[in-house]
Design a protein around this ligand. Structure first.
Ligand SMILES: Cc1cc2nc3c(=O)[nH]c(=O)nc-3n(C[C@H](O)[C@H](O)[C@H](O)COP(=O)(O)OP(=O)(O)OC[C@H]3O[C@@H](n4cnc5c(N)ncnc54)[C@H](O)[C@@H]3O)c2cc1C
Length: 413
C-alpha cells in the first residue's frame, strides 16, 4: 500500500519487525534482542497455547540452546525423550533411526508441547531491553516506498499500529500473508496427505516405543504427551468427507485396532468436533527476499509433518539469519537485497534436501499404505532396520540435518 494512505492510531519505529511468534519468529526475536537490535515480534494470537503445534525438539535445536547458555533451564521444562524411532508396517516392526549413536549434547528427540517451548523463549527474551513481543497483534498490510518494504500496518489490542522498520522478517508460517502481499513466487511441491489431529487419554505410566503405525489403507502417529496421547491420523488429501461418511464409530474402531494402547480411552473422541483437520503443504519460495523484507521458516518453505523436522528447520533459519544480519542491523547499517539473499543462499540447500526426502516418504511409504498396497517395508527401510550404522546415519539426517547452524551472532548482553 502507499505509505500515506494509512492513518493508524499508533506509530512505532524499530530496526527489525518480525511477524509471527512461532519457532522461527521467537528464536529470531531472541537472537536479535540478544544482539541489541531494536526488534518487535508480532504474534496474532493472545498466547502460544493452541492445540496444534509441532511437538518435536531435535538435537540441533538443543545444541543451539546450549550455545546460548539456555540448555540447562530448557531441559527442566517437562518433556519426554525418544532416541530410537520405531515403526510398524502391519505386524512388522522396523527401527528407522537410533539417535543414541549421535555425538551431540542431547542425543534424543524431546517431545515438548510447543507452547512450552515458545513460552520458554519468550520469557528468556524479557531481559533484552531492545526486544518486545506484542501478542494479539496481527500484521495486515505491508507498507512500501517504491520497490522497498518499509514496515507494516498491524491490528493490536488498542487498535491499528503503523510500524516503520528497516527490515521486516516474515515468520508467519505456511499461510503467510506477507509473502502473498509481497508477490513472491511460490513453487508448490505438493503433499498428497492431510492429517486428523486428536487426543486420547492415557493411564499414568503407560507408554510404548512405537511412533508410527501403518496398516492397510491407514497410517497413524502417536506422540506421548505424558498425560495424554496426541494422535495424528493421516488421510489422503481432501479425504475428510470419506472418513466422516464411514462414521465416528468406524473411525474410533480403526484407531483402536491400529494402536491398541489407545483402546481404553478412545471414547475421549466424543464427536467430530474433537478431531481437527490439518492441511499439509510442501512448497518453497523461489526468492525469499525483497528490498526491506525477508521470509524464513514455513513462510519461505512450508514443511510436511514427515520426520517432525519443520520446527527445527525454522529454528535453523533463524540462527542463520541472525548470524548473517545481526551485526549490520546492530550497527545501524542499511541492508541491501544482496545481504538478504545470503540467508536464502545458506538455507536453500538443507530445505531442498529435507523436502525431497519428505516427498519420497510421502510417495513411497505413506501413499502406498493409504492406497491399500502391500505393507512390506520398502527395501531401504528393511536395510536400515537391520543395520545399526545406517540407523546412526538416518538419525544424523533427521536430528541434526544437512548444514547445521551454530550461533555466531553477537551478544550485546
Ligand atoms: C499436521 C502437521 C504436523 C506437524 N508436526 C510437526 C512436528 O511434530 N514437528 C515439527 O518439527 N514440525 C511439524 N510440522 C511442521 C511445523 O509445524 C512447521 O514447519 C513449523 O511450525 C514452522 O515454524 P514457523 O515459525 O516458520 O511457522 P509457524 O509455526 O506456523 O508459526 C507462525 C506464527 O505466525 C503467527 N502469524 C501468522 N500470521 C500472522 C500475522 N499476520 N500477524 C502476526 N502473527 C501471525 C501464527 O499465529 C504462528 O504463531 C507439522 C506440520 C503439519 C502441517
Amino acid at each position: 500500500m502507499d505509505a500515506s494512505a494509512a492513518n493508524p492510531s499508533v506509530s512505532l519505529k524499530v530496526t527489525c519487525c518480525v511477524v509471527g511468534g512461532g519457532p522461527a519468529g521467537m528464536m529470531l526475536g531472541y537472537l536479535l534482542g540478544r544482539a541489541g537490535v531494536s526488534t518487535v515480534v508480532l504474534e496474532k494470537h493472545a498466547d502460544f497455547f493452541r492445540d496444534f503445534r509441532g511437538d518435536t525438539v531435535h538435537p540441533s535445536t538443543m545444541k543451539v540452546m546450549q550455545e546460548l547458555g539456555l540448555l540447562e533451564d530448557f531441559l527442566k521444562v517437562p518433556h519426554q525423550r525418544i532416541s530410537k524411532l520405531e515403526g510398524l508396517f502391519g505386524a512388522t516392526a522396523v527401527r528407522i533411526a537410533d539417535l543414541s549413536r549421535l555425538d551431540t549434547p542431547c542425543p534424543f528427540i524431546a517431545f515438548m508441547p510447543q507452547w512450552d517451548f515458545l513460552n520458554f523463549l519468550d520469557e528468556k527474551g524479557w531481559r533484552f531491553p531492545s526486544l518486545s513481543v506484542r501478542k494479539s497483534t496481527e500484521a495486515v498490510e505491508l507498507i512500501r516506498d517504491g520497490d522497498s518494504v518499509t514496515g507494516l500496518i498491524a491490528n493490536g489490542p488498542k487498535g491499528r499500529v503503523r510500524i516503520a522498520a528497516d527490515l521486516t522478517i516474515a515468520c508467519d508460517g505456511r499461510h503467510s500473508i506477507l509473502r502473498t502481499q509481497a508477490g513472491l513466487q511460490i513453487e508448490d511441491i505438493g503433499a498428497p496427505i492431510d492429517v486428523l489431529w486428536f487426543r486420547v487419554g492415557k493411564a499414568q505410566g503407560t507408554s510404548d516405543g512405537v511412533f508410527a503405525r501403518l496398516s492397510t489403507g491407514q497410517m497413524m502417529v502417536t506422540l506421548d504427551r505424558d498425560q495424554y496421547w496426541q494422535c495424528a491420523y493421516v488421510i489422503a488429501k481432501n479425504g475428510i468427507d470419506q472418513v466422516k461418511a464411514r462414521g465416528l464409530d468406524h473411525f474410533r474402531a480403526n484407531v483402536a485396532e491400529m494402536a491398541p494402547i489407545l483402546r481404553e480411552h478412545i471414547g475421549d473422541v466424543r464427536s467430530w468436533d474433537d478431531v481437527k483437520l490439518l492441511s499439509v503443504k510442501i512448497d518453497r519460495l523461489r526468492r525469499w527476499a525483497l528490498p526491506g523484507l525477508l521470509c524464513i521458516g514455513d513462510a519461505a518453505h512450508a514443511m510436511s509433518p514427515v520426520g517432525g523436522v519443520g520446527v527445527n528447520l525454522a529454528v535453523q533459519d533463524a540462527v542463520a539469519a541472525a548470524n548473517l544480519l545481526a551485526d549490520q542491523l546492530a550497527a545501524g547499517e542499511r541492508l541491501t537485497l544482496a545481504d538478504l539473499d545470503r540467508v536464502q543462499q545458506r538455507r536453500m540447500f538443507p530445505t531442498r534436501v529435507i523436502q525431497a526426502i519428505q516427498v519420497q516418504v510421502q510417495n513411497r511409504v505413506i501413499n502406498r499404505a493409504l492406497s491399500g498396497a502391500d505393507l512390506t517395508p520398502p527395501l531401504l527401510i528393511r536395510l536400515i532396520s537391520r543395520c545399526p550404522v545406517l540407523q546412526g546415519m538416518t538419525a544424523r539426517l533427521l536430528a541434526i540435518g544437512p548444514r547445521p547452524e551454530h550461533v555466531h551472532s553477537r551478544s550485546a548482553a
